[in-house]
Design a protein around this ligand. Structure first.
Ligand code: NAP
Ligand code: 8YV
Length: 310
């Protein structure tokens, strides 16, 4: 008998196909009345595959679920304490996306400092014949402060080293396996850095970690790069800092209220804005989808997911 797996949210079609072949698979999005469907059939499910969300109410509506497999490494929208209380294992997709998120981060740093996107807009507006594009900032050799030296943070650091950059980091605790300088104070890291790169998990513990004080410490020649979660940055404070040129620029892959992006940010040429594409390559998304599937398969055959979220 194949285990019954509920799909919450939309997943890649190839993954949905794999789930439908291996399990008794049902998508909540196909139900006209999701609440009534869960009340009638929630107890039949043994597992959930999700696009990143699972709250305590969903878990309560599926009382026999023992595994949740989530697409993505960030689990800030999954209630981990509620899952633990119910004895549910939560699987996520770490490591397979490190390269792509780190590649994008370096791309954002170069774009915001050299003005790749902004100068292209200048060219397309037909302004080049009027004069050369204004000089921008050098990237190589600069100081990079990494907020969150974890799996992805380390991949960013490796790439930054190839640009002869000097690196320091801020975590809650120093990392054992690095010679990189640890800065206990986030504000002091920001004061030191030319680029402040944010790659911590989202959620209540990091909400608005990057606030007006940190931005002022980064200063008028500093750039903020956020590839973590929109909630980590106080977005109105960032908009003020950018408008008032209290920081030089920001490059953002993530926003507080995705997919909505504040109009004030859209209007700024010193902000590089991309729509949460950190892991969005064909290769990496395929690897993430495979891990979502493998976490479920592994749980149903061995009792443990491959990558357990914490
Ligand atoms: P990870 O290996 O767990 O690393 C997270 C790092 O953040 C750790 O070094 C941790 O160190 C530090 N940290 C956690 N809470 C902190 C706090 N309150 N203050 C300072 N540092 C803190 O995670 P990862 O795999 O690198 O992923 C990081 C996050 O990136 C994910 O959770 C996700 O939200 C985001 N992400 C975004 C994209 C995208 O598409 N833009 C893609 C993938 C991931 P300590 O525990 O010592 O503090
Ligand atoms: C994905 C991410 O875009 O892994 C994460 O935490 O933010 C990204 O890789 C997202 O999870 C898929 O919607």
């Amino acid at each position: 008998m194949k285990p019954k797996v509920l799909q919450y949210g939309r997943l890649m079609p190839s993954l949905e196909k794999q789930l439908a072949e291996a399990f008794q698979h049902q998508r909540l999005v196909d139900q006209a009345d999701a609440k009534a469907f869960l009340a009638a059939q929630g107890a039949d499910f043994a597992g959930i595959a999700t696009a990143g969300f699972a709250d305590a109410a969903l878990m309560a509506a599926c009382p026999n679920v023992k595994v949740i497999s989530s697409f993505g490494v960030g689990v800030d929208k999954i209630d981990l304490p509620a899952a633990a209380a119910r004895g549910i294992q939560v699987g996520n997709t770490p490591d397979v996306l490190n390269d792509c998120v780190a590649d994008l981060t370096l791309g954002l740093m170069i774009d915001v400092a050299r003005g790749i996107g902004a100068s292209e807009r200048y060219l397309r507006r037909g302004e080049w014949p009027k004069g050369p594009y204004p000089l921008q900032r050098k990237v190589s050799g600069k100081r990079v402060g990494i907020v969150g030296l974890g799996r992805i943070g380390k991949a960013i650091a490796k790439r930054a080293e190839a640009f002869d950059m000097t690196l320091k980091y801020h975590n809650r605790r120093p990392v054992a396996d690095t010679t990189m300088g640890y800065e206990k104070s986030l504000t002091e890291l920001a004061r030191w850095a030319d680029f402040l790169v944010v790659i911590v998990p989202g959620g209540a513990a990091t909400k608005h970690l990057i606030n007006a004080e940190v931005l002022d410490a980064l200063g008028p020649e500093g750039y903020l790069i956020n590839v973590a979660r929109g909630t980590v940055v106080d977005e109105p404070a960032l908009v003020h800092a950018l408008v008032e040129r209290r920081i030089a620029g920001a490059a953002l892959d993530v926003f507080e209220n995705e997919p909505q992006v504040p109009a004030e940010l859209m209007a700024l040429d010193n902000a590089v804005l991309v729509p949460h594409i950190g892991s969005a390559t064909i290769e990496t998304r395929a690897a993430m989808a495979q891990r979502v599937f493998d976490n479920l398969q592994s749980f149903f055959s061995t009792g443990s997911v491959i990558s357990q979220a914490s």
